[in-house]
Design a protein around this ligand. Structure first.
Ligand SMILES: Nc1ncnc2c1ncn2[C@@H]1O[C@H](COP(=O)(O)OP(=O)(O)O)[C@@H](O)[C@H]1O
Ligand SMILES: [Mg+2]
Length: 206
């Protein structure tokens, strides 16, 4: 089973992906935890290029192609082989992030993004996408609490993040079958419990 986590930066994706991974380990379910962009040597190098704050001249198309290149390598080298072996693959962001950030938030045509998403992944769709639903203002509040330096993606402005947020909501509405939408304002524990209940049901766990 292929599970992805989506949402704005600071929505709690990495926190919840890690907790789900630990939960499955305790249940003796084989699983791997991956993050995007990254997860292979090549993809991690591409990640460095994407997030480098000095790369202010990067065009929207270059950015999108780099995300797609990183994803394509991750799908072929890690995700598909693990799914074949029966692993639960947990991915912190996947192509819905490209759709939300590069199309809804950026300057790419939606149909082009969807087409390249499909090409980069060989059509591999998540079985379940957990969208942690929290708006930019609340998410930014957490960013300020964290206090450390932001990367190139996190440096974009509030108008951009409002568009991305609307994008995620729209994508969720168009993909109701695979999307699980959870209020990000709930506590870490409450969100985790909702996720484990949903995943357990899907995996037929006791
Ligand atoms: N449900 C929550 N309520 C309050 N704070 C949270 C919650 N989930 C995560 N956080 C905190 O918000 C920050 C961002 O969480 P993180 O999991 O790194 O988000 P993301 O991976 O989506 O950027 C961290 O400091 C984390 O401890
Ligand atoms: Mg994260």
């Amino acid at each position: 089973m292929f599970i992805t986590f989506e949402g704005l930066d600071f929505s709690g994706k990495s926190t919840q992906a890690k907790l789900l991974h630990e939960f499955l380990k305790k249940k003796k379910i084989r699983s791997i935890l991956l993050r995007e962009p990254g997860g292979t040597t090549i993809s991690e190098k591409v990640r460095e290029i994407i997030l480098d704050r000095e790369h202010i001249e990067m065009t929207p198309l270059t950015e999108f192609m780099l995300f797609s290149a990183s994803r394509s390598q991750l799908v072929s080298q890690v995700i598909k082989p693990h799914l074949k072996k029966g692993y639960v693959v947990i991915c912190d962001r996947y192509y819905d992030s490209s759709t939300a950030y590069q199309s809804y938030g950026g300057e790419m045509e939606l149909k082009d993004v969807l087409k390249v998403n499909d090409i980069a992944t060989g059509g591999l769709k998540p079985d379940m996408t957990i969208f942690i639903d929290i708006g930019p203002k609340a998410a930014f509040g957490r960013a300020n609490l964290r206090g450390n330096a932001k990367d190139r993606m996190e440096n974009k402005n509030l108008t951009f993040y409002n568009k991305v947020y609307r994008g995620f909501k729209d994508i969720a509405n168009h993909n109701k079958k695979r999307f699980v939408v959870i209020k990000g304002a709930l506590s870490i524990e409450e969100i985790h419990n909702t996720i484990t209940k949903t995943v357990s049901r899907k995996l037929n766990l006791k």
